[in-house]
Design a protein around this ligand. Sequence first.
Ligand SMILES: Nc1ncnc2c1ncn2[C@@H]1O[C@H](COP(=O)(O)OP(=O)(O)OP(=O)(O)O)[C@@H](O)[C@H]1O
Length: 518
Amino acid sequence: MAAMVEWLPWFGSAVASAIFLWSMVQNHVPDTLRLYLATLAAKITAYINPYLEITISENRAERFQRSELFIAVEAYLSDACARGARRLKAELGKDSKNIQVSVDDHEGVTDDFSGAKLWWYASKQQSKANVISFYPGEDERRFYRVVFHKRHHDLVIDSYLPFILGEGRNVTVKNRQRCLFTNNANNSWSPYRAKKSVWSHIPFEHPATFDTLAMDPKQKEAIIDDLMAFQKSKEYYAKVGKAWKRGYLLYGPPGTGKSTMIAAMANFLDYDVYDLELTAIKNNTELRKLFIETTGKSIIVIEDIDCSLDLTGKRRKEKKAAGDKDSDDNDKAKLPMEPEKDDETKVTLSGLLNFIDGLWSACGGERIIIFTTNHKEKLDPALIRRGRMDKHIEMSYCRFESFKVLAKNYLDIVGHGLFSEIQKLLEETNMSPADVAENLMPMSKKKKRDPDVCLAGLIEVLKQAKEDAAAAKAKEEEEAKEAEAKNAKDKKEGEAKKDEGKDKIMEEANGDLKQGDE
Ligand SMILES: Nc1ncnc2c1ncn2[C@@H]1O[C@H](COP(=O)(O)OP(=O)(O)OP(=O)(O)O)[C@@H](O)[C@H]1O
């Protein structure tokens, strides 16, 4: 300690002399020599200093645009190394819910990679004075700098930085606000892109999951397995030379959970959802444009495809043949298979097929395409053949296994004395999960969600539905019988008339013969 105290005055005067000397150099040495001295000093330092550094700049080439590598580094450091930092900064994420913590400016963190130690440092610098800034902080350029020993040069360039890019992208995807996009509102303005977008979007916040989806457990498990296999199959798709996409056809009566299934899939995969409204698209070119502007990790949905367009490709020709005057009006929402004169202003079936598996379907990866319909039989087989719609999923009426999921979701019960009666009734009645769920919800806010009351109410509704179905069936049978009887009567009368006519002709013929004989 005493020795240190002795050295302090000497050290202080040495620093003071260096500063004085440097100011002398600044004042009296010409610029060229000063530059030479600075370069020399840098060379000597580089010779002595075994450490290298790489700077990753925020590099906003366009307003609102940041370098992808910078974003990846930021995400990676926040996720993997922020715990080691002493100064962090917290911001509200894009979803305005989650708080995102990252390393603060002028703060350093360390990282280890394959035995190499790396020091990261976050900082910012003022941009050139002649740049006019319109937004607060716009004149600042942030950057990350990584310092490492020069023996790790190749490791850092060839392995570490690509690793950071991959990991950072994964973290960004995990933290991003997922969106529901629609092409319905044209000329929309996206705040993140600062240009006209063909899609408009809102945050995707549907709460459905596979746990809350009421359907046969085996069928559900098969779908989950299929989705997981798809997600892990990037290399496989590349190996077999196919675009990394999968098509699902969801079909079944209304209220059986087709839309709920899409939401559950999106939440399971962590994907965005693009809800494609075909009737709002002018022509194939616009369809292509929309598709090209979708991103990877997304589900593209065309709901009620049988209603939005005529996908059989036959109707127009039939109508034309029949000379139907209204066909042009109706065809606005219909898809002819054969190209015709005004196809440039319409979406065609071939356009849609190209959309699913044409060349542009290969741009970007990881896309799921889903069609929903209440009438599978109405669709053109070409549209739903395996390879285009790889998996056909039937969403059916509520049976006991599905009911148990709903009872757990809505009433928090896994068993009840009334379950066996409900099971029997569900086997005998075709009721959609939507209708069953409706009966498991309390009727008014004042009433408590009492399982006894709700289940007893459901039994009444199921009994009523069963009676109504029986009455409807009896009526149908009665009408069928009546129609049959009428047909038989008409046939009999027709035959009788025919016989009468024959007799008359015979009589007249006989009369003519008699007259001839006479
Ligand atoms: N299988 C299900 N599991 C859980 N909830 C369901 C299920 N089916 C329907 N529901 C409930 O009923 C509501 C309507 O269902 P949904 O819109 O998913 O049916 P859909 O088959 O898409 O109907 P549509 O053919 O009329 O569009 C949902 O919000 C959900 O609460």
